[in-house]
Design a protein. Sequence first.
Length: 72
Amino acid sequence: MKSLIVVAIGGIAGLIIGWVVTAAAVILFGERFGLSNFEGQRDVMAAFGYGPAGGLVGLAIGVWIGRQLGRS
């Protein structure tokens, strides 16, 4: 049961961190890669376009780290 809790916490933390880091990176570096900021387009794309992809990657990494910590 303890390892399930560790994996769940790791997955949720990875999801949140991955989403925030990816969205922040798109906001910071989007203009350099040609992403327009007309009427907040870059911000919306960061939050709803690229953020979920980063969240899924963060979720996978968080679950993997949680499984590694749960075994020891």
